[in-house]
Design a protein around this ligand. Structure first.
Ligand code: 5GP
Ligand code: MN
Length: 322
């Protein structure tokens, strides 16, 4: 499979590396490392994002070359038809890359995904799906090793970013033995671990921290004995001069309460409510997202959308977790 992937990349003249919407460190890390690998192999690659990139990831190597797809532009729609080969990274289910899939014309035989999410359903010729890996960046690292590829320090930096962001800095996720082995190999390679840590964990804006204060004080509710949730509207976010992206990771805060095991955040957007779900027990929030919130993800971290009011969304959540 990996040899076929290598051949596909080498034979491609225009390779698209597609990330999911609101790309996180793992989507960015795997896409940008693959971008460098492909370009080093003589293939012209482009990383495509269905939505703008969160400011806190714009320091990542090669991120200045990312193509931010805008569906309203015909020129962008046309550009997607120019790619002969496509690799989807860090997602493998329909709808996760917005409308990018709708405009790509590369045939199925020239499509690949590299991922670690359960229940893939994208139609591809090569499906690399490692649900036991903590991050797509781990899966990609193993691919590079199998291909005997040169892993540069910048590639290593990208991969390490995905590793720490998908595991909450080594706190959770599957495949811990693999994760620490790969991390050790990346450190031996000479990546600047401190620089990544600084960029990810010491880059809050004051507005974001004040929004967090407001959220924890006013917007966090307990439900039942072991769950909590947060609600937030875009208006509340902008009234504190913060941005939607500033809410990333807020959902994890209720889980740090001693007896809270399930957490959610509901953010009212223009025409739907964006939901993030987390658990730190067996309780499967992936199923909750799939069954009730038009989404999916992993057992302990998932997300989705709800079409209705905030009240209806939180009622549905409360009903299904108690
Ligand atoms: P987050 O809550 O950080 O946006 O996402 C957590 C996890 O849930 C990620 O692994 C992501 O892939 C998955 N996820 C988030 N939103 C959606 C969604 O709308 N649909 C699906 N299928 N998965 C989602
Ligand atoms: Mn991931």
């Amino acid at each position: 499979m990996i040899k076929r992937l290598k051949k596909l990349i080498e034979e491609s003249t225009r390779l698209a590396v597609v990330m999911h919407q609101n790309p996180d460190g793992d989507a960015m890390g795997s896409a940008l490392a693959l971008y460098e690998y492909a370009n080093d192999s003589g293939t012209s690659a482009t990383v495509i994002s269905p939505t703008p990139i969160n400011e806190n990831l714009l320091w990542m190597p090669h991120s200045e070359h990312i193509f931010i797809f805008d569906e309203t532009l015909q020129s962008h729609q046309k550009q997607l038809q120019e790619f002969d080969t496509v690799v989807f990274v860090d997602h493998s289910s329909d709808g996760r890359n917005g409308s990018v899939s709708d405009y790509l014309t590369a045939p199925t035989e020239k499509r690949v995904f590299i991922d670690h999410h359960p229940s893939p359903n994208l139609e591809v010729a090569i499906a690399i799906s490692e649900v036991e890996s903590a991050a797509t960046c781990c899966v990609l690292y193993e691919i590079f090793v199998a291909l005997n590829a040169h892993i540069s320090k910048t590639m290593g930096t990208c991969l390490y970013t995905g590793i720490i962001t998908d595991t909450g800095n080594f706190r959770y996720g599957k495949g811990m033995a693999q994760l620490f082995r790969i991390t050790s190999e990346l450190i031996i390679l000479g990546i600047d671990k401190e620089q990544v840590t600084q960029q990810i964990y010491y880059s809050n804006t004051e507005n974001r921290l004040r929004l967090l204060g407001f959220v924890l004080n006013e917007k966090m509710k307990r439900v039942g004995n072991h769950a909590a949730y947060i609600t937030l509207t875009e208006q509340e976010i902008s009234s504190l001069n913060a941005k939607y992206n500033d809410t990333e990771d807020f959902v994890n805060y209720p889980l740090t309460i001693k007896d809270v095991y399930i957490s959610a955040i509901f953010i009212e957007k223009d025409d739907y409510i964006k939901i993030s779900l987390r658990s730190r027990v067996e309780f499967d929030v992936n199923l909750l997202a799939r069954n009730h919130f038009n989404g999916g993800g992993h057992q302990n971290a998932s997300g989705g959308r709800f079409y209705g009011t905030l009240q209806e969304a939180t009622d549905l959540y409360s009903k299904n977790i108690i």
